[in-house]
Design a protein around this ligand. Structure first.
Ligand SMILES: Nc1ncnc2c1ncn2[C@@H]1O[C@H](COP(=O)(O)OP(=O)(O)OP(=O)(O)O)[C@@H](O)[C@H]1O
Ligand SMILES: [Mg+2]
Length: 324
């Protein structure tokens, strides 16, 4: 089997959680085949990267990998984008143009946001998938497609069928092999693994040795990452740019930098968090909120200043242990 798996990664897709290990297993099984794959998952969960990994696991890996976002193309242009057009076939077609089916010849074509494709185009697409034949717009010569098709959506495909957005026959044709990317909040310690991975890439690029603070690592666990891996990656990049040697995430996550809700002064605590971690992040976030003023933080927390000092001493000792 043509595998590019290294345990915690397949291609550029990283993850050690059982949920991602299962995704890797599926990718490695389906990669070398010609089966169509339907990737589902929330925005930012890694569908495009998964499509690339499937391509890299396939005998087509030396061919092109082309991604097209069906939601971003005006309805009237999508046929020309998919199948190309001949010169003069419509106003503005001053020269012939190869569509993505031609450009992906010998390789893999990712149809992203496939549910956003107009229904009449879905019918055309289904025909091409079944017959492997297509014409450029305005052409009489038939092309035979040698393209492996992967589709992706962040909607529930069955609901899209019920809403009349996705043709049922196309769904069954595309979803020969469905792969669901789990949301980041269901990947446990992958959040930290990915954060370290993105940070080490940035450190390598910038020839730096920046690292995450203990509070930052805790915040990684407690944030729910509604924007998934994309949000995490952006958050780490911003922290890297803003920080000197020890990076904080609190200002980014709490100020809504990552969520856009301007919700400073809130902690997002996951069910299953340890009480110790929860208390520590509450204390550190409260201190942060009061700009390091321990008396005001102690008042807000409803404990004595002495208790606050004791807790903080405890944290700095456990931090020293972690660093040795
Ligand atoms: N498991 C992963 N390991 C490393 N990087 C990842 C992983 N998942 C996603 N990424 C990175 O996160 C970002 C978002 O991933 P991607 O574009 O594949 O998501 P998507 O599901 O296609 O999102 P959308 O639905 O918004 O199109 C990219 O920069 C990608 O490289
Ligand atoms: Mg995408």
């Amino acid at each position: 089997m043509n595998s590019v798996s290294h345990g915690f990664s397949v291609g550029s897709l990283f993850g050690a959680s059982p949920a991602m290990q299962e995704v890797f297993r599926l990718i490695e099984r389906v990669g070398p085949t010609e089966a169509s794959v339907l990737l589902t998952g929330e925005s930012g969960s890694g569908k495009e990267l998964a499509a690339q990994s499937i391509h890299e696991c396939s005998p087509r890996r030396d061919g092109p990998f082309i991604a097209i976002n069906c939601g971003a193309i005006p309805a009237g242009l999508i046929e020309a984008e998919l199948f190309g057009y001949e010169r003069g076939s419509f106003t503005g077609a001053v020269r012939a143009h190869a569509g993505v089916f031609e450009r992906a010849q010998g390789g893999t074509l990712l149809l992203d946001e496939v549910t956003e494709m107009p229904l009449d185009m879905q019918t055309r697409l289904l025909r091409v998938l079944e017959t492997r034949k297509f014409y450029r717009v305005g052409a009489s010569t038939e092309f035979t497609s040698d393209v492996r098709v992967i589709a992706a959506t962040n909607r529930c495909p069955l609901k899209a069928v019920q809403n009349g957005q996705l043709r049922e026959d196309l769904l069954y044709r595309l979803a020969v092999f469905p792969v669901a990317l789990p949301p980041l909040r269901e990947r446990g310690d992958d959040v930290e693994l990915l954060a370290e991975h993105f940070l080490s890439e940035l450190n390598a690029q910038g020839d730096t040795h920046k690292r995450l603070s203990a509070l930052a690592r805790m915040m990684l666990k407690q944030h729910s990452w509604p924007g998934n891996v994309r949000e995490l990656k952006n958050c780490i990049e911003r922290a890297y740019i803003l920080g000197d040697s020890v990076l904080e995430l609190a200002p980014l996550i709490q100020s809504g930098g990552a969520r856009g809700d301007g919700d400073r002064g809130r902690l997002d605590i996951r069910v299953g968090s340890r009480i110790y971690d929860m208390e520590r992040s509450l204390i550190e976030a409260t201190l942060d909120y009061f700009k390091g003023n321990k008396r005001r933080a102690a008042d807000a927390l409803g404990c004595s200043l002495k208790t606050l000092y004791n807790k903080l001493n405890g944290y700095s000792q456990s931090q020293e242990c972690a660093n040795t």
